[in-house]
Ligand binder design. Structure first.
Ligand SMILES: O=C(O)CCC(=O)C(=O)O
Ligand SMILES: [Fe+2]
Length: 261
């Protein structure tokens, strides 16, 4: 990409009129009712293929790691046994490139920086202002999951996440979730509900999405995972992260420890 693009070059605004108050209200209603909003065909066709080209070209700069963690993304709690829901370990294995690697003129950055897009997201999630992260890594990330790689069950720390699916494998990499399984702000961790899920006694829902879709997901209380990729086509996904306060920096450790924000 050599020139800066306008929002109309990046988003299919006929299908997704981000400035239309009725459309914005429908999106907000949908997110509130379902805890998730999938906007199919959000990206313009040329923009998504430019983003795919960029993601493929930069794949060898990705930081790949595999690690175990609890679903709460908290360190081991010695007051509970190892097999207690607070301590049970799941596996995450994935790769990531950070904001500093994304092109200045990438359509991803055009979207991220666009004030119309930002106010659309703010109105849909009910947050007055959305600010970019002040550190050079956190705002735009691209995640990669190769054959066998997965994201284990977890609750996010942040109240909502914005993702854009770039490339979808033909088998595996299903986004699964169980809505409102805990109430973090009330301190209700629902260990029994988490155990039932990890033991396979509860069946999660599956969220289907196609490349070019924008997904807004409230993952703070809705546990979710991405199942192992069962193909040789790498799953590629962009994550756009904003903060409610200006000037917030995440440490490299915080980002690298787990990209769930
Ligand atoms: O890969 C996805 O679709 C979801 C990513 C996610 O849950 C996270 O980054 O916290
Ligand atoms: Fe997450």
């Amino acid at each position: 990409m050599s020139e800066k693009q306008s929002l109309a070059d990046i988003v299919d605004l006929d299908r997704h009129p981000l400035g239309d108050p009725d459309y914005v209200q429908r999106c907000a209603d949908q997110l509130n009712a379902a805890g998730v909003l999938v906007l199919d065909g959000f990206m313009d066709h040329d923009a998504i293929s430019a983003i795919r080209d960029e993601a493929i070209a930069k794949q060898d700069q990705a930081y790949f790691c595999a690690q175990t963690h609890s679903v709460y993304l908290t360190p081991e709690d010695p007051t509970f046994d190892a097999d207690h829901a607070a301590n049970r370990q799941v596996m995450s294995s994935k790769g990531c490139i950070c904001d500093d690697v994304i092109d200045t003129h990438s359509p991803l950055r055009g979207l991220y920086d666009d004030t119309g897009f930002r106010s659309f997201v703010g109105e849909v999630v009910g947050q007055d202002a959305l600010h970019p992260y002040a550190d050079p890594l956190s705002s735009i990330n691209i995640h990669y999951a190769k054959h066998g790689q997965e994201l284990g069950w977890h609750f996010d720390n942040s109240s909502f996440a914005i993702t854009l699916l770039i490339q979808k494998p033909p088998a595996g990499s299903d986004f699964e979730y169980l809505r409102d399984l805990r109430d973090a702000d009330a301190g209700e961790m629902n260990y029994a509900g988490v155990s039932a899920l990890l033991d396979g006694e509860t069946q999660p829902q599956v969220l289907s999405m196609e490349p070019g879709a924008l997904v807004l997901f409230r993952g703070r209380n809705s546990i979710h995972r991405v199942t192992p990729n069962q193909s040789d086509v790498t799953r590629m996904l962009a994550v756009l992260a904003y903060n409610s306060e200006p000037g917030v920096e995440l440490s490299v450790n915080a980002r690298m420890a787990f990209y769930g924000g």
